[in-house]
Design a protein around this ligand. Sequence first.
Ligand code: NAP
Length: 485
Amino acid sequence: MADSRAAANIGVVGMAVMGSNLARNLASREGNTVAVFNRSPERTRTLVGEHPEAGFVATESYDEFVASLAKPRTAVIMVQAGKGTDAVISELVSRFEPGDIIVDGGNANFLDTIRREKEISPSGIHFVGAGISGGEEGALKGPSIMPGGSAESYETLGPILSSIAAIAEGEPCVTHVGTDGAGHFVKMVHNGIEYADMQLIAEAYDLIRQGTGKSPAEIADIFAEWNTGELESYLIEITAEVLRQTDAATGQPLVDVILDQAGAKGTGAWTVQNALDLGVPVSGIAEAVFARSLSSRPAQRAAARDLPGPSGDWRPDDEDAFVEDVRRALYASKIIAYSQGFDEIVAGAEQFGWEIKKGDIAKIWRAGCIIRARFLNRIADAYSDDPELVVLVSAPYFRDAVAGTQDSWRRVVAAAAYAGIPTPAFSSSLAYYDGLRAPRLPAALVQGQRDFFGAHTYKRVDKPGVFHTLWSGDRTEIETSPSSH
Ligand code: NAP
């Protein structure tokens, strides 16, 4: 099918919703000719038939697809993550030449991206793992793009990706994140933060609904109002839309007829699994993942339905003040979610040898992606003021923001406990904050316990060295390794 005279400067493999929208986005930019290919040719035929304006070079075999690309060839894979991606990579690698570029734009696990890059790079072909956020609309109109790969491949790829990315304050939402799996790693953390943000918003809704008895439509108005201030974000905006929706069949608010069991595609769990491996406490993100798991265990929930709740009936004294407390608690908890996410990015960069510029990541999340928010400018500023910032919440702006909201935050978490309203993300974020700022933690007692039952030893606050108490003997202390250790 391909016109042999047509040399496409870029190709896309995978014509499901993401790939076809990305191909249309690419084709709409000046100077691009886009070759398209899908395993089952019907999808390609439909797309090309529906969008003659795109001038696609339609192909129906890998040979034809590869032959239609100008050298050095650049192909973006947008197929089912995992086996689908591996299958397409092997077809392209066997036909590509040194200097050609393969971009995986799917939701790959970054460890797979590291493996694939290792396998492919000896051939001289560049492999780029690019996280793409924004769903189908983002792919079409401008996503946030997080590419990882060689600096050399980014010289070719950067201008193309910049031309299709979302624009925030005049800047394209794409940056060279780092080598091999860095882009997919950052996309994974983005999704983890997205889980936390969504859970926090859901808890805020639940607190207001149960605490004040306001209707979903009234709460939609509150969220719309919040969206004009420091909480302004895509997720707050769409929350208002969802809460305002009425179900056509029953006349009920739609949120009341949606089954309360949240699904997940796994990237939140990856974020938490990886944080556990790295030893990074992403408690807000973890609670958001677990909250979805709890919601999706109907047998356990049914078995627990009759368990006792609080004996008293809690109601706020002043509803307006309570709603404002919830807004502030949401902002403080959101700061913690992002602080924890960036903590994981820093730890991942250290572990895998990436030089990730945190401020640039905050900037490319300002538009195109699901967690886009006004607040990301503040994060970019914080890292630009202090590139070595150790923990985001300690930056002056965020420290002041939490200082101004923490009394509300504490009241809300206490109220939730009194009222029996589950707020795992609000509560764990506050516990994390208090743990982080504590001058002394009961970890000292945990070390004592570990030494008692397992002779795991401990360090002292007053002198160097490693020590053990002879718990089953005369309970004197011995030094177990030279103090120089
Ligand atoms: P998808 O449903 O994840 O995958 C379907 C596509 O994969 C079809 O084009 C299918 O071809 C192809 N495919 C599957 N196995 C294949 C194989 N062995 N060889 C060749 N092609 C194969 O599609 P999607 O929703 O458009 O997503 C594409 C990628 O983007 C995924 O990695 C997804 O995780 C990621 N992503 C999706 C979203 C979203 O909002 N949907 C957002 C960001 C990222 P056939 O038509 O021949 O079956």
